[in-house]
Design a protein around this ligand. Structure first.
Ligand SMILES: [Zn+2]
Length: 325
């Protein structure tokens, strides 16, 4: 795994030296020589159950020192601290979908970043009801927020945060550092759910969010290849991954076993199909993350790698918390 990281960093360095990357796709961005885009996995485990082995789903793309956070699973603020990303520098925050392993700490991150010194605008993006979630969180936290404004002289938090609801794919936002594009992905029954693509002057990074596989027969037989189109030619695709042979062990101990099993199979993507998606999209590096199961010692890194490599000829990385790619 360490070797994979080293290889990726070397490849990045060579790509920058060669003047390659996304600059040609997005000529409005600054020269690639001046930009450094890094992806940090903050939480690599799938599912809302707190674990010792890995944190809940979240990642940050740091572009020229500005963090763009994707998903806010439980513990995201502390994971950002571990990743040495200053919380007051928070600027843009993206939610893929409203499952608690992706949004549980959405409001908490905003509140704690503000408590850590955030005093500038933050834009948040995601499916409805993001505006209501934002408003209700601040309402719920008004005692603390108002006390800190009065006692500690902080600027009011609520006017800093601007929530934007997304209902369809397309360009989400663009600034001098990045163009962000979303695609609708199937993750029944949570609709809409999004994948996001970040194109900067030196890299293109795609986060799948949670999605079923375009190569699996969905219950309504409506397959979606929007993620493949979104990820076309990307440098890095971070894809959620399900290890099918272990599904029965995952559900064995829960009372809602049959319902959970069906959800896992219908709404997520097997590691084999992650490889198929990466190959179809022509990405350079596939990063598996959001592992289900997240902490089954019987499923080794090598088993995940072998499953994904069966259909993908590029680099496969097994995601770990705080891994920088
Ligand atoms: Zn989900």
């Amino acid at each position: 795994m360490y070797d994979d990281q080293q290889r990726i960093k070397r490849r990045q360095a060579l790509a920058v030296l060669a003047g390659l990357g996304a600059a040609a796709l997005w000529p409005g961005l600054a020269s690639s020589q001046n930009v450094k885009t890094k992806l940090i996995l903050l939480g690599s485990g799938g599912g809302p159950r707190p674990r010792k082995a890995s944190s809940a789903s979240a990642q940050v793309i740091v572009i020229d020192g500005t963090p763009y956070v994707v998903d806010c699973g439980n513990g995201v603020a502390r994971q950002l601290v571990f990743a040495n990303v200053p919380l007051p520098s928070l600027r843009h925050l993206f939610i893929t979908h409203h499952h608690s392993d992706h949004n549980a700490d959405y409001g908490t991150l905003l509140q704690l970043a503000w408590a850590a010194g955030l005093a500038t605008r933050v834009d948040t993006w995601g499916p409805p009801p993001l505006e209501a979630i934002t408003r209700l969180f601040f309402e719920m936290s008004a005692t603390d927020i108002n006390a800190r404004i009065a006692d500690e002289g902080r600027v009011p938090l609520v006017p800093l945060v601007h929530a934007h609801e997304l209902n369809e794919g397309g360009v989400v936002m663009q600034d001098e550092r990045v163009k962000v594009t979303a695609a609708l992905v199937p993750h029944p029954p949570v609709t809409p759910s999004f994948a996001y693509r970040f194109d900067t002057a030196d890299r293109s990074v795609v986060i799948s969010g949670d999605t079923s596989s375009p190569f699996a027969k969905a219950p309504d037989d409506k397959r979606s290849d929007e993620l493949i189109r979104l990820a076309a030619g990307a440098d890095v695709l971070v894809h959620e991954a399900l290890y099918l042979p272990a599904v029965d062990r995952i559900v064995a101990s829960v009372p809602n076993a049959s319902t959970l099993k069906q959800h896992l199979i219908d709404s997520h993507t097997s590691a084999e199909d992650c490889g198929r998606v990466a190959q179809a999209a022509g990405v350079k590096t596939l990063v598996l993350s959001h592992f289900v199961p997240a902490d089954d010692p019987a499923v080794t890194d090598q088993m995940w790698i072998d499953a994904a490599r069966a259909h993908f000829r590029g680099t496969v990385v097994i995601g770990k918390d705080l891994m920088e790619i």
